[in-house]
Design a protein around this ligand. Structure first.
Ligand SMILES: Cc1cc2nc3c(=O)[nH]c(=O)nc-3n(C[C@H](O)[C@H](O)[C@H](O)COP(=O)(O)OP(=O)(O)OC[C@H]3O[C@@H](n4cnc5c(N)ncnc54)[C@H](O)[C@@H]3O)c2cc1C
Length: 359
């Protein structure tokens, strides 16, 4: 029997598996996707995230695959430099690199890919594999992301709503643009508010760009396609500063993606029976906070701490929730403030708003 079932091998599932491995606890991960199917783009990580990551992965490997940012520079969409701020130890890394680094420490027999897990509606606290058999575990750590099917099944009255912001994200290969960015995080803002374009260097030859848009003002059809997103980007950004318009025109769109952003109107408990939630499954955070990954890492650290120190799992789950929830609520509040600022015209926004929520 595996004592602990972990559902999902995103950042949360893999990070807790690293902690469980470190403490020699018995676990097995069930992941829906194929092993090499790594969608997603990149993350900003504040210093605290790096400190937690460094407990479970080799920092030298981590630093080889990402980039420390020097300055955050804020521009108007016409290219006027509005403000700049030092970014102390803010790190950027692609999602696929971080997932690969976290997965390195997990023995292959402890992870099953292409295994979608569902809750059993009849037996409390039981999870089922896709062949219908039950997972035989003492407890389940659910890390299946913001739209967690297991959470929605358990907390049926939760209200999940769309946020008035979507993000179009792309990663491109271009040494020249990467070199010109000099480790700065550049973000352009439309003067009417509700539209930005951000550029970050991921490595010597890869660049991540993204656009945040007010989805009430800039409506993208639900049936978006790569061509549709490309056309949208061309139409909207053609008259922006040449740095932006040239990147938009010169990009390869094979990996472009539209992210719809969701939040819970009110957080659920982080546990029920022998099931506990971590990461986005417990608390979706809007991207403005840049705290999703760091919060997932801190959830994993804290839950492992109590699983290894408390005599029974209900005390461990309760202490985990008591410790983590207040900080998450702060990030949710900060995220909503950052969203409100983003939606205002530029001349009404506070100056120097960093795209990160701090406690
Ligand atoms: C546009 C955008 C930008 C962001 N930018 C940042 C940023 O700059 N910094 C930051 O820290 N955070 C950022 N975030 C948030 C960050 O992506 C998440 O907080 C983080 O990825 C959460 O990881 P997770 O493991 O909890 O969930 P996920 O990454 O969603 O992983 C869930 C995993 O569970 C698997 N799964 C789902 N259902 C099942 C099932 N039934 N059975 C088995 N497996 C299942 C999925 O395949 C997936 O692998 C951003 C998010 C978005 C959308």
């Amino acid at each position: 029997m595996n004592n602990i079932a972990v559902v999902g091998a995103g950042i949360s599932g893999l990070s807790i598996a690293n902690y469980l491995e470190k403490h020699q606890l018995d676990y097995h991960i069930y992941e829906r996707r194929k092993k090499d199917d790594l969608t997603g783009h990149g993350f900003l990580l504040p210093k605290e995230g790096i400190e937690y990551l460094s407990q479970i992965v080799d920092p030298s490997v981590l630093f080889k695959h990402g980039n420390f940012l020097k300055k955050y520079i804020r521009y108007s969409h016409r290219g006027e430099r509005l403000a700049e701020k030092d970014l102390n130890d803010v790190f950027v890394i692609s999602r696929s690199s971080l997932i690969n680094i976290l997965a390195r420490n997990i023995p292959s027999e402890k992870i099953s890919y292409e295994e979608t897990v569902t809750p059993c509606t009849v037996q409390k606290g039981k999870l089922r594999k896709k062949d219908g058999t039950y997972i035989n575990s003492n407890l389940a750590i659910v890390s299946d992301g913001s739209k967690s099917r297991i959470r929605r099944e358990i907390f049926k009255d939760e209200n999940m709503r769309t946020v008035q912001e979507n993000e179009i994200v792309n990663i491109i290969k271009c040494k020249d643009i990467a070199a010109s960015l000099e480790n700065n995080f550049m973000k352009y803002h439309h003067e009417d508010g509700g539209l930005t374009f951000g550029i970050l260097k991921l490595s010597e030859e890869t660049v991540l760009w993204y656009s945040q848009l007010d989805n009430k003002k800039y409506n993208i059809s639900d049936e978006y396609s790569v061509d549709g997103l490309k056309k949208y980007m061309f139409d909207i950004f053609s008259d922006w500063d040449p740095m932006v318009s040239s990147i938009v025109k010169g990009s390869n769109y094979d990996h472009v993606h539209l992210w719809k952003v969701y939040e819970l109107e009110k957080l659920n408990p982080f546990h029920k029976d022998n099931i506990v939630f971590i990461g986005d499954a417990a608390h979706p955070l809007i991207p403005f906070t840049s705290q999703g990954v760091t919060s997932a890492l801190k959830d994993s650290f804290t839950l492992t701490k109590y699983l290894t120190s408390e005599k029974n799992i209900s005390d461990a789950f309760r202490k985990y929730e008591t410790e983590r929830k207040p900080e998450i609520e702060t990030h949710i509040r900060n995220g909503r403030i950052l969203l409100d600022e983003f939606l205002k015209p530029l001349d009404q926004q506070s100056e120097n708003i960093l795209p990160i929520s701090y406690k």
